[in-house]
Design a protein around this ligand. Structure first.
Ligand code: ADP
Length: 501
């Protein structure tokens, strides 16, 4: 179905359909790229162009970093009281809530995700995230240290790190911007944020609200562009104090290398190949839909997706049959703007090819498809849709059980006992998340504590809260987003000594 079949909020229509170029947001102003270049952003459900966006390159990044530096060192931001900083972040949250419908529609148009998820997950989590970190702005305290020297007072300040470069992916464009901006703004940093080239629109709409909220110019700069140009320019910039990145492990390694030259602080939230383990005593009325949502949520384009599904051998056949039936009957694929849609298209043609490539590889290596296993046809042939896919007869060493597919493709495997499954679950270079389904709390805690993963969900999956930390073990990342933990990413410690003798 074409997008024109859906009634958009007039403000969304105006933002997305207006012929004007979406400009970069630098120093509080919307500006064209120095080169004058633009790039198109597409609706993945239909392949149509949604808008043209100014393309940031090295010179634009330089301008944005200068604006962020000025705001950090000399501007009103550097003198602002914590409570006023908090108030600005609260105001931004209120404005996002006011425009929640517009954000949800922009997100669905640009990314493809179902509007019901954009409305009920992405946007409300974004609002809550900003509110949570607004609260932190007034609660970042230091310490007094009982040093062993007479007449000396020693205290520790937690100071903002400075100018932060933030590079985010396309799977949750608005929410990832919030995850990055919340803690950075609460701590008093200034930011140059590069959205993913596939999904720049919601961050640019957010820029309008940042302006409306009254943030001083240069505190947040938003510079869409490509990874190898804009992203690299930001991560290598000598006047950027810290780079925070969310994306693939492959690019995460590049970022660390770029940062090495000027010893920038780095935090990375990277890929995963998360095990989801179903024990025979699980409540199957929850485990079956839970395991399927763990992989199908957001079309499987979730770094924590439960893509390796370990099912105890005694229940394997039955559970698998129920899961396949769930995938066939409960997943409703279509244009994300349709409120009934539960699975939209993948974000780009490139992503479609990558996912179908993995499906072919799985078949070549001897895995079998229980359902799905191909691009969707018929009405959905114009968009980048892949059928929800369940593989069985998968071996741990097969590519589809090792590499991150980032699509609605799950590899189901039977296991023998707890020791067997813990060993196999940990047999990966990743360590982002894991799921455990059992009614026995002893099993649950034992497994949860032995899994090498930054998040473990017991009898649930993909749960997120601004107050709870998220991040990876092993090659899934460095540092934590969210909660008090994320403040570490954006502050540095200063020890001050005073001789009062
Ligand atoms: P994906 O493969 O899922 O698109 P990436 O890790 O390539 O994920 O992209 C995540 C973010 O990293 C995007 O904003 C992208 O533009 C950016 N990026 C990609 N390559 C580089 C690079 N070489 N340097 C800096 N940023 C990059």
């Amino acid at each position: 179905m074409e997008t024109t079949a859906f009634q958009l909020n007039p403000r969304t229509a105006d933002f997305v359909k207006s012929k004007t170029i979406k400009k970069l947001f630098i120093g509080g102003q919307f500006v064209e790229a120095v080169s004058g270049k633009t790039f198109p952003t597409y609706n993945p459900a239909t392949g149509e162009i949604l808008a043209y966006v100014a393309e940031a390159e090295q010179e634009d990044i330089n301008r944005a970093v200068v604006a962020a530096r000025d705001a950090f060192e000399d501007g009103p931001w550097s003198r602002m009281l914590p409570q006023d900083r908090a108030r600005l972040i609260y105001t931004l949250a209120d404005l996002i809530e006011r425009d929640a419908d517009v954000f949800a529609e922009i997100e669905t148009l640009d990314n493809g995700k179902p509007i019901r998820e954009a409305k009920h997950v992405d946007v409300p989590l974004t609002v809550e995230h900003f509110r949570y970190y607004a609260g932190w702005a007034t609660k970042i305290t230091g310490d007094v240290i009982p040093v062993n020297v007479p007449n000396l007072h020693n205290y520790v300040r937690r100071e903002p790190i400075g100018v932060v470069g933030q590079i985010i992916p396309w799977n949750f464009p608005l929410l990832m911007a919030a995850w990055k901006l919340g803690a950075a703004l609460a701590t008093g940093c200034t930011v140059v944020l590069k959205p993913a080239e596939q999904t720049p629109l919601s961050a640019l709409y957010l820029a309008k609200l940042i302006q409306e909220a009254g943030f001083p110019p240069g505190v947040v700069n938003i510079v869409p562009g490509f990874g190898e140009t804009a992203g690299k320019a930001l991560a290598t910039h000598t006047d950027v104090d810290k780079v925070a990145f969310t994306g693939s492990t492959e690019v995460g390694k590049l970022i660390m290398n770029y940062a090495a030259d000027s010893l920038k602080r780095v935090s990375l939230e990277l890929g995963g190949k998360s095990p989801n383990i179903v024990f025979p005593d699980a409540d199957f009325s929850r485990a079956v839909p839970g395991a399927m949502q763990a992989i199908f949520f957001n079309q499987g384009q979730v770094c924590s997706a439960g893509s390796r599904l370990y099912i105890h051998k005694s229940v394997y056949d039955n559970a698998l049959a129920d899961m396949v039936s769930y995938a066939d009957k409960k997943v409703r694929q279509g244009n994300g703007l349709d409120p009934k849609t539960t699975m939209g298209p993948l974000v780009t043609g490139e992503q479609l090819n990558r996912v179908t490539g993995y499906i072919e590889k799985g078949l070549e290596q001897g895995a079998k498809v229980a359902t799905g296993g191909a691009r969707a046809d018929g009405d959905l042939a114009n968009g980048y849709f892949v059928r929800p896919t369940v593989f069985y007869d998968v071996q741990d060493e097969m590519t589809i059980a090792q590499e991150e597919i980032f699509g609605p493709v799950v590899a189901a495997m039977p296991f023998d006992d707890i020791d067997d499954v813990i060993k196999r679950a940990n047999l990966t270079t990743y360590g982002l998340a894991a799921g455990v389904w059992t009614q026995n709390m002893s099993t649950a805690f034992n497994v949860a504590h032995k899994l090498k993963a930054g998040s473990v969900w017991i009898n649930c999956y993909n749960m997120f809260d601004a107050a709870s930390p998220f991040g990876g073990f092993k090659q899934s990342g460095i540092g934590r987003e969210m909660g008090e933990y994320a403040l570490e990413n954006y502050t540095q410690i200063k020890s001050v000594w005073l001789n009062y003798n």
